[in-house]
Design a binder for this molecule. Structure first.
Ligand SMILES: NC(=O)c1ccc[n+]([C@@H]2O[C@H](COP(=O)([O-])OP(=O)(O)OC[C@H]3O[C@@H](n4cnc5c(N)ncnc54)[C@H](O)[C@@H]3O)[C@@H](O)[C@H]2O)c1
Length: 366
């Protein structure tokens, strides 16, 4: 799916750090007029309140630290009550979710979308379509999603330190976007209300609940790979030898082991592997593959070449222009689910469990 053609817009990017700079580059290259706000150096203005003529702004991007999101969104809506806002994820910290809901209700003409790269990814959409085709007559038994990278270098430099959602805050939203693409919507809503059977500190979340397939989400920011067998076959031999066979991505490596695997009752697997050409293709970040493996038939696969970050930003900017007034896509249930995972990792108790349902599987798996 190619990005929609866009007329030139005036876009104000609030927060010109690592992520805000990517927005500026993407929208600038697409021919939009970019203005910037950052309390640090190098932006056009320091505060939203200084932006002249806010009614001429077509869209705002909020890419400041998560803790400031609610205050920044409020400031924007004070200046432009019918603003179109693309908000970085997480939308806010859990304690601000009610406040964000209140702010949205006080501005019934605003449109707010929380950035959701994976739900707009052509790779995810084509993978989900393959799963739907096959699962029509061969139901899903298990879904496994893994997002592993060694982020210890980033953490040493103060990035990827989420004090509220914890490990769930980095990749959890992306993993839920993939699950949302695969499961029918009623099953997905049911999943968000489940109590996992276990949650561990590196974040392995296992769920077995009536009416939905078994689901296992796993993410590690220390580079510890959990499921080498489910997607390791898709990578070049050198990558398999160096990282996947030892199940450990070393400190400082840029290698990311990310996949979503759907196992059907027949034993067939449909697997989306992100960036499988690491080390073999200079553009590896923009090439993904879907593999269909069957014990009874030869394996097949197809590739999807797409810069899904860029494509999602352009698609969501276009969406913002066409949304009805008052439409927001914030997904508070996902935020609450991930916040509960974060708190389970710290306390061993999932907040919406009763005494009898408590689970305390903290630490590594036995
Ligand atoms: N979508 C993704 O995959 C993804 C990945 C990483 C981070 N993020 C999210 O992006 C957001 C920004 O993360 P980052 O890594 O770019 O952070 P960053 O620290 O690199 O940049 C934040 C910038 O905001 C500025 N800032 C802080 N408060 C401000 C305010 N009140 N008004 C204006 N500017 C202000 C800072 O000076 C800084 O330049 C966070 O919400 C984070 O969770 C999303």
């Amino acid at each position: 799916m190619s990005a929609p053609a866009l007329a030139e817009k005036t876009i104000v990017i609030v927060g010109l750090g690592k992520i805000g700079s990517l927005y500026a580059a993407c929208y600038g290259q697409a021919g939009h007029r970019i203005r910037t706000v950052d309390i640090g150096d190098g932006a056009d203005w320091e505060r939203v309140a200084q932006v002249p003529d806010p009614s001429a702004v077509d869209a705002w991007v909020v890419a400041t630290p998560t803790v400031t999101h609610l205050a920044v969104v409020e400031e924007i809506l004070r200046r432009q009550p019918d603003a179109r806002v693309l908000l970085e994820k997480p939308a806010c910290y859990p304690e601000d979710l009610a406040g964000l809901g209140h702010t949205v209700r006080r501005h019934p003409r605003a449109r707010i979308i929380v950035n959701d790269v994976y739900s707009h990814s052509e790779a995810v959409q084509r993978f989900a379509a393959s799963v739907r085709d096959l699962a029509g007559f061969d139901p899903i038994r298990k879904i496994t999603v893994e997002f592993t990278k060694n982020r210890e270098f980033d953490v040493a430099n103060g990035r990827f330190v989420d004090t509220q959602y914890g490990e769930a805050g980095y990749e959890g939203f992306h993993m839920l976007s993939i699950l949302r693409a695969i499961l029918p919507s009623a099953a997905y809503r049911a999943y968000l209300r489940t109590v996992p059977s276990s949650v561990t500190a590196e974040m392995r979340v296992r769920t077995m609940a009536p009416g939905i397939p078994e689901v296992e989400l796993y993410t590690s920011s220390t580079g510890a790979i959990a499921f080498p067998e489910l997607a390791g076959f898709a990578f070049p031999e050198k990558v398999s030898e160096d990282f996947i066979a030892p199940s450990a991505i070393p400190y400082g490596s840029e290698f990311r082991y990310r996949f979503a695997d759907v196992e059907l009752f027949s034993g067939k697997h449909v697997t989306l592997v992100f960036e499988p050409f690491f080390g073999a293709d200079p553009d590896h970040k923009n090439v993904h593959a879907v593999h269909i493996r069957d014990t009874a038939a030869p394996a097949r696969h197809f590739r999807i070449a797409v810069n899904h970050f860029k494509e999602a930003l352009l698609t969501q900017l276009d969406l913002l222009q066409h949304l009805d007034e008052g439409t927001t896509v914030v997904r508070p249930a996902e935020h609450r689910f991930l916040a509960a995972l974060g708190s389970a990792m710290f306390t061993g108790i999932f907040p919406h469990t009763t005494e009898n349902e408590k689970f305390a599987r903290i630490g590594s798996e036995a």
